[in-house]
Design a protein around this ligand. Structure first.
Ligand code: BTN
Length: 325
């Protein structure tokens, strides 16, 4: 596709000028065609500067989201190999769940520039403004027991946290069960939605949704939320971030489903949990009590020690670190 080819040429020399003539010659099209394609790329969110009589330049911080932007960094066997990039959607999870999942391969992924109804856990919304986040949903078809379903969220949290640490040098940690934090503020939320086969009592499909804030954080949430560009102090290219998360998620997921390395993944998850051995407040089914977080069990339930010294496994409910009084 011509758009992709032009983008590829500009991407090869990101930050430098490429003449319209050179692009036209290499692709065997007219300069007018190049000019039109550049216009379409701009409309698609790519920041391309046009310098009269000199050519076009893809700006260093240009963060247009396209299939090409993801694919050029993608190193996976399955995850993201079939990929849909949408300019805007209500929710990538809803969109994917609305497809005929039986006909789609494992790893089918949907990414959007913006969500108008981004969904979080417990009926919450996930604020998803245009150009300011990575909003990704991936289809998984694991052959696992029903009780292991929460482990998919664990895999995703490990994958995101390790990506933020290893690729972006961020001081990231996991807040049980599905949030990733940097510097005491939330940077990522994960929502796993599974379809269960009643007669088989097994997971038929799982849609793992991952939202990472990358751009400016709205002032009204800046106390509780942060973003990858705020943490790194520079622009974040979402195409690359998406590919890195998919690649890392695939490794962790295959470690779980193919190599049976549950214990190793749990150890990594536990190491990244930032509330360990700290006093927490548990809000569960209308009850609120104090406890100390001690670890996670083999299915990812949070183990908390209550005041009477007993250990309780939490599968649902909310946990927050108790503020110092
Ligand atoms: C949470 O914070 O409770 C979870 C948020 C999950 C957000 C992601 S963004 C991509 C995918 N689509 C959604 O509607 N939600 C998830």
């Amino acid at each position: 596709m011509l758009q992709e080819q032009v983008l590829e040429m500009l991407e090869e020399k990101r930050g430098e000028l490429v003449t319209g003539g050179e692009i036209a010659r290499r692709l065997g099209v007219s300069r007018t065609a190049v000019w039109k394609v550049v216009g379409a790329l701009r409309e698609g969110g790519h920041d391309i500067e046009s310098v009269p009589n000199s050519g076009y330049r893809l700006l260093g911080g240009s963060d247009g989201l396209s299939e090409y932007a993801v694919r050029r960094h993608l190193q996976t066997e399955a995850l993201g190999q079939r990929l849909e990039v949408l300019p805007t959607v209500d929710s990538t999870n809803l969109y994917l769940k609305g497809m005929d999942l039986s006909s789609l391969p494992e790893g089918y992924a949907v990414v959007a520039d913006r969500q108008t109804g981004g969904r979080g856990r417990m009926g919450r919304t996930f604020h998803s403004p245009a150009g300011a986040g990575m909003y990704l949903s991936v289809l998984l078809k694991p052959q696992i027991a029903l009780t292991e379903t929460p482990f998919l969220t664990i895999c995703a949290a490990v994958a995101v946290c390790e990506t933020l640490r290893d690729v972006y040098g961020a001081d990231a940690g996991i807040k049980w069960v599905n949030d990733v934090y940097c510097g005491g503020r939330k940077i990522c939320g994960i929502l796993t939605e599974a379809q269960i086969s009643a007669e088989m009592q097994a997971v038929e499909y799982a849609v793992v949704g991952i939202g990472i804030n990358t751009g400016a954080v709205a002032p009204e949430v800046s106390e509780i939320a942060t973003s990858l560009s705020a943490v790194t102090g520079g622009p974040v290219l979402r195409g690359r971030l998406t590919a890195e998360v998919l690649s890392r998620l695939e490794r962790v997921y295959f470690d779980f489903t193919r190599a049976g390395k549950k214990q190793e993944i749990l150890a990594r998850y536990t190491e990244m949990l930032f509330m360990l051995d700290q006093p927490v407040e548990v809000q569960q089914g209308g009850r609120v009590f104090d406890a100390v977080a001690r670890g996670v069990d083999e299915n990812g339930a949070l183990l908390v020690e209550t005041a009477d010294g007993r250990t309780q496994a939490l599968n649902a409910g909310e946990v927050r670190i108790k503020p110092l009084r």
